[in-house]
Write a protein that binds this ligand. Structure first.
Ligand code: BTN
Length: 255
């Protein structure tokens, strides 16, 4: 039994948690084994050698971070799957605030920010049953920079990345954060499309009202974020005054 179980509450006690030192990607592991694993399988790694981010990007996953994935097999229609990402963002923000004194904001759609720096990315990958339109499963991947790596962040991300704590590595904080994330997830995923949680997502937004760059492939366009609507899509006003709505698969945004 690993230390995390003692910290799990309520529904999270039913999660089946495996902790490993190193893996290619916790998301890949659960996806590859999704058929044989039950709802609630969790894998946590101290380091990933092939961590993956949204839109096919890689996710640098050095020691000092928390890399975890949760497999869920919910009765949820595929159109609502974006709410798994928004709900996870709220769950992780709450968890970070429960173990640290850092106020945590959300950058649509899947990034968490502290003091203007990205401290967490979320990657939800799912498959849908074409007959029912319901999800077969979803793998919720969460990567948190709990500590800054000993040698500092990689040159590629050093201007945008931050950590929840400083450089002083204490494994206890990583375990506490992982447990708190699972406790929050087990509560909030009971109703991923809850209006209350989406409101908290909006209230934590670091982009509403801001000028951003919209990136689609090699194109970048400036816009102002007007709101996040009830479908969790982003509403943008372009410089020519046109108002558009985008879902997460289509674009990413840069502050
Ligand atoms: C992003 O910032 O684009 C999302 C990053 C998601 C990273 C996490 S780390 C745990 C899980 N395993 C992965 O390979 N990716 C996710």
């Amino acid at each position: 039994m690993n230390a995390i179980y003692e910290l799990l509450k309520n529904g999270a006690k039913n999660y089946s948690v495996t902790v490993v030192d190193e893996i290619n990607s916790t998301n890949s592991y659960l996806k590859d084994n999704a058929e044989n694993l039950k709802d609630g399988a969790v894998i946590i790694a101290k380091k990933q050698t092939a961590g993956r981010g949204r839109l096919g990007r890689s996710f640098i996953s050095e020691k000092g971070g928390l890399y975890m994935s949760l497999l869920i097999k919910p009765s949820l229609c595929a159109e609502k799957s974006l709410f798994i990402t928004t709900t996870t963002a709220v769950a992780v923000a709450r968890a970070i605030e429960a173990v640290s004194d850092k106020k945590t904001g959300i950058k649509w759609v899947n990034d968490l920010f502290i003091d203007g720096k990205k401290v967490c990315g979320i990657l939800v990958e799912s498959t849908t049953n074409p007959k029912t339109g319901l999800l077969d499963y979803a793998v919720i991947g969460i990567g948190v920079n709990v500590y800054e790596p000993e040698s500092g962040f990689d040159a590629e991300i050093k201007d945008i990345a931050g950590a929840v704590f400083g450089k002083n590595n204490d494994n206890g904080n990583i375990t506490r954060l992982a447990a708190e994330i699972l406790n929050q997830l087990s509560d909030l995923l009971a109703e991923p499309h809850s209006k209350e949680v989406l409101n908290e997502y909006r209230n934590r937004s670091v982009v509403i009202g801001k000028k951003v760059d919209i990136i689609k492939g090699s194109n970048t366009v400036s816009a102002t974020v007007i709101d996040i609507d009830d479908d969790a899509a982003i509403i943008l006003e372009l410089s020519n005054g046109e108002v558009i709505k985008k879902t997460s698969g289509e674009i990413s945004i840069r502050l």
